[in-house]
Design a binder for this molecule. Structure first.
Ligand code: SF4
Ligand code: SF4
Length: 198
């Protein structure tokens, strides 16, 4: 079993914020609860000012001087955030999630979308969910593929290693995050890409 990257201090959360990626498993109810809490408490997330970025941090992650972080919606955070600890193995983490408050209906979501954003800014413009994130990939044979967040794809990184069809959740500078149910969230590196079939 693969071990998680352990960023704890002797098994205690160091509050580094490393696990607060923008794509986490959450239910519609949890997304609404976090959004309502933020609005009620006057918290509005903002993307960093950089002109071009793919920002995968959760909109509710607050950064403090000294490098620590905290959650702006802590009392209303999704259940995965309550049970996750990066020192656990993936299996132990999933068991903890399901056995405590984890909802099996939770699906991977980008929490920025509840603010009408994707966490992506290109050419100085914030990309909204209406102008969903897209990537242009040039394949070895010169073909250009336009991919959009939410689009169904069948990525085949290697001819002898086919992957099941999935849905694009978002883009990073290095690859594409997509989900295909049984395998959860997978990051497909652009460097490993031979072909993508839509
Ligand atoms: S659980 Fe998250 S915040 Fe805590 S140490 Fe691990 S990565 Fe950092
Ligand atoms: S809701 Fe809070 S704890 Fe959960 S990912 Fe976002 S910042 Fe982290």
């Amino acid at each position: 079993m693969k071990k998680s990257i352990d960023l704890t201090k002797n098994g205690q959360c160091s509050r580094c914020g490393g696990c607060c990626a923008s794509i986490i498993p959450a239910t519609n109810q949890e997304i609404a609860a976090a959004h309502d809490y933020a609005v009620t408490h006057g918290y509005k997330p903002a993307l960093p000012k950089d002109a071009n970025l793919v920002y995968l941090q959760c909109p509710y992650l607050k950064k403090h001087k000294g490098g620590t972080t905290s959650c702006a919606v802590y009392p209303a955070r999704p259940s995965i955030c309550r049970v996750f600890l990066c020192s656990l193995t993936p299996t132990a983490g999933i068991q903890a999630f399901l056995s405590q408050k984890g909802d099996p209906n939770a699906t991977p979501v980008n929490l920025w979308e509840s603010w009408g954003q994707t966490g992506i800014r290109l050419n100085g413009h914030t990309v909204t969910t209406q102008n969903a994130a897209q990537a242009h990939l040039e394949l070895d044979d010169g073909r250009i593929l336009d991919l959009r967040q939410g689009q169904a794809v069948r990525p085949i990184p290697h001819a002898d290693d086919p992957m099941e069809a999935g849905m694009i959740l978002g883009f990073t500078p290095n690859g594409i995050y997509f989900t295909n149910g049984p395998s959860g969230i997978i990051e497909l590196k652009y460097d490993d890409l031979d072909d993508i079939r839509t």
